[in-house]
Design a protein around this ligand. Sequence first.
Ligand SMILES: Cc1ncc(COP(=O)(O)O)c(C=O)c1O
Length: 457
Amino acid sequence: MHQHDAATEELTEAIVRYAVARVRLDPPLDHAASAAELLAHTGNTVTEDGLGGLEALRLFREVLAPATISVDHPKFLSFVPAAPTEASILFDLVVGASSIYAGSWMEGAGAVFAENQALRWLADLAGLPDSAGGVFVSGGTNGNLSALIAARHQWRQKSMGSNDRARGLIITSGGAHSSIASAARAMDADVLVVATHDPARLDGASLEVCVNTMSYHDRSRVFAIVATSGTTNAGIIDDLEGAGRVANEMGAWFHVDGAYGAAALCSPTQRPKFAGIERCDSFIVDPHKWLFAPFDCCALIYRDPAVARAAHTQHAGYLDVLHDDAAADVEWNPSDYAHHLSRRARGLPFWFSLATHGTRRYAEAIDLTMQLAAKVAGLIREASHVELLLEPELSIVLFRRHGWGPADYQVWSSRELMSGHAFVVPTVWLGETVLRLCFVNPLTTINEVSDILDSLL
Ligand SMILES: Cc1ncc(COP(=O)(O)O)c(C=O)c1O
């Protein structure tokens, strides 16, 4: 099993050929199958004697892969799609082949150094100081949780023990991603949703009213204020300047969840929309969403990484060798900055693509998707069977099909997917079932989207 022989040589060629073809050719859209259907085609694949690599690869190619939707298909416009560059995908193969443990500097220095350069680019875009730093975690959910754990740690430290057993409180907006509530549940903390003038956007004035009307006790429980840039459902960027100012004034940790939208920081035309992000204590952005990297890759960045290190570092006899005090200032152990220990060098495919193409190409690709979203909004405005619900602030377009209810949307959505035409699922906006298109793929064309709109006639 561990020797390289003629059989593994043949398998290597077959696997590399398959992977390279998948990257080069237009991805199929495909769709899910039931477990019973899959079993009928594969049988039990985990057997005492093994199937052999070529047979396992055949089952993957012919049965399993066609039962997975390709997120990089140009007409995958649901949820938040992905559009990894060829360079990032191919380098992901290299990362897998390199057996890197990227939790510590001792074991993964070269990889961690490169990851940190990619993180530095993001920290600079957000206007954070040179001392800022962080780590790539698996996704926005872990990024938000890890940032909030650091925030609570600081709140408890500052209270000199009096909050050690107190239940903390997170203030956020109605547009916050579900992972904020999930983090609060995991941390046994409470969430307060600010009543805002615009139900979809957190603004400084509403936040100020909310904070001023809280009881002294509840105010003392606030350990973080979380703003979103932009929201998953509508791509709305909260008033980061206003929210950040209130958080800074009351001494609460300011976290910005930019899992989807903060990618647009790299575009000079979009950067002004994020004014105030430089006030944050931490922020996240997922390169696996709109920064053209493969799953799973979330950049989590702290203004003061020492707080995160104090909150997250794991101690054990066998690990203490990594935390030699003399080395702590110069060596960066990524494991110390999030709720994890072992980690893949998951930032490397993103770094490789950035190093290959340069940052200007990233700004251009973001601008291309922004222009597409604006053109699609224009098409919808001109058509009589659909109605635009909101001017897109980022690359998400929300609209209704006149006369349709939830069942109509669902039938249409399933038909589009099963025919291999497009993947667009409905969402709920202000209580109404509507359609939502999320653009992150620079290869999606206006003609393709126009076809989708025509199919709604
Ligand atoms: C704003 C926002 N935050 C957090 C998340 C969670 O990210 P992940 O799915 O990578 O855990 C998402 C996912 O879409 C998101 O849009």
